[in-house]
Design a binder for this molecule. Structure first.
Ligand SMILES: *Cc1c(COP(=O)(O)O)cnc(C)c1O
Length: 396
């Protein structure tokens, strides 16, 4: 079967909820992927930052296979000998008291919403059914019905209502707007420290620090969605470190498994996550031993190979070199770590298609932004290799 055969099958038998580039990948290692025609590409998306550790990392693979031989799923009706080790690991590397494991990022966001609401009723004394959560415009937190209820993106919402009430939207980066939106019924402010899907939007310096202060002052939980920005992508373990703050809760996913398996978690205090009583929340696969073994290995790789520092250093290098490219189509280049948005004054899709022809896989976000987010194991030489081709495409 060739590329066209696979695409035809997909078009005929699959739902069309994505518009992928026409490349059919059948092999991947580190930063490189190979398609069914034998062509090699540098992956500059890293599965939306789920493969920060590089594709098919041998150490995560070994943990995955080893665990798959023993036990993969017990459900939480029984205990397993890996979940407790993941809890301990997450505590040790992040400093948060406790965590709650789920599978997809969206499930972890839902978990944080439920925890915040219950905290609001039990601890803050918000009248029953009145809890409000503030979110930012142009957010991306996932695709469930509740989560798209506070999306401001038509494509994510249209025809999917009725929506879950209890959310307020404020402009991202605008501290006065946040202040105005807080009421005595506000349980939480849920926000991405850097908006990834919106086009790598970095808020003004001091925004998160002020938001943290406002939240504290008003007994509102600050919950950061670091599903994409976290675990090294931004050049820090968490992007919030750039602002020297400590959110009440952090949501992680994606790179928590290095791409082997859906693993997500909410990290928080005993005061917040402690509100859940047995039976109130759960997931059949959440916290399963295979997921836990994979996540422990994925976290170990992140630290053992110093990928966070690498993201910081090589990200700065990549950003600087991109800024030296002269093209009348470039409007802005911004980023933190190996997470860079290159904004054009024209549609980015044809450029992503040209980059693919040159051997680089990127995906446009928000029509006009090309996101460069390669696995963090990328080398300087590989960045140089990519830069030559990016320059050629941007100047064509
Ligand atoms: C990807 C992402 C999610 C959703 O994660 P899924 O695993 O796709 O459900 C939520 N928030 C942010 C910031 C993300 O990037």
């Amino acid at each position: 079967m060739n590329t066209q055969d696979y695409i035809s099958l997909e078009e005929q038998f699959g739902a069309h909820n994505y518009h992928p580039l026409d490349v059919v990948i059948n092999k991947a290692e580190g930063v490189w992927v190979t398609d069914v025609e034998g062509r090699k590409y540098l992956d500059c998306l890293a599965a939306y930052s789920a493969v920060n550790q590089g594709h098919c990392h041998p150490k995560i693979y070994a943990a995955f296979i080893e665990q798959a031989k023993n036990v993969t799923l017990t459900s939480r009706a029984f205990r397993n000998d890996k979940l407790s080790l993941l809890y301990k690991k997450l505590h040790d590397v992040t400093g948060y008291d406790i965590s709650l494991p789920m599978n997809s990022g969206a499930e972890a966001v839902e978990t944080a919403i439920k925890a915040a609401r219950k905290w609001g009723y039990l601890k803050k004394g918000i009248p029953d059914g009145q809890a409000e959560i503030i979110c930012a415009a142009n957010n991306f937190h996932g695709r469930t019905t509740t989560i798209v209820s506070f999306s401001t993106e038509d494509a994510y919402r249209n025809n999917f209502g009725p929506f879950t009430p209890g959310f307020r939207i404020v402009e991202f980066g605008n501290i006065a707007a946040l202040k105005d939106a807080i009421t005595k019924n506000t349980a939480a402010f849920l926000v991405e420290p850097i908006q990834g899907e919106a086009g790598i939007i970095i808020p003004p310096v001091g925004y998160l620090r002020e938001a943290a202060r406002l939240c504290k002052e008003n007994n509102v939980l600050l919950i950061l969605d670091e599903i994409q920005s976290g675990l090294g992508r931004s050049g820090k373990l968490f992007a919030y470190e750039y602002e020297g703050i400590r959110p009440d809760a952090v949501i992680i996913g994606k790179a928590l498994s290095g791409g082997f398996y859906p693993v997500s978690a909410v990290l928080s205090t005993k005061e917040v996550l402690g509100v859940f009583q047995p039976g109130e929340h759960g997931s059949t696969f959440g916290g399963n031993p295979l997921a836990a073994a994979v996540a422990i290995a994925a976290l170990d790789v992140l630290f053992d190979e110093k990928l966070i520092e690498r993201s910081f250093e090589l990200g700065n290098y990549f950003l600087e070199r991109l800024r030296s490219i002269k093209s009348s189509h470039i409007v802005d280049i911004r980023g933190r770590g190996l997470w860079i948005g290159l904004e054009l004054n024209v549609s980015a899709r044809p450029y992503c298609e040209s980059l693919m022809t040159e051997g680089i896989l990127c995906k446009e976000t928000h029509d006009t932004v090309i996101r460069f987010a390669p696995p963090l194991v990328i080398t300087k030489e590989e960045i140089n290799w990519a830069l030559k081709r990016i320059e050629k495409v941007l100047q064509s």
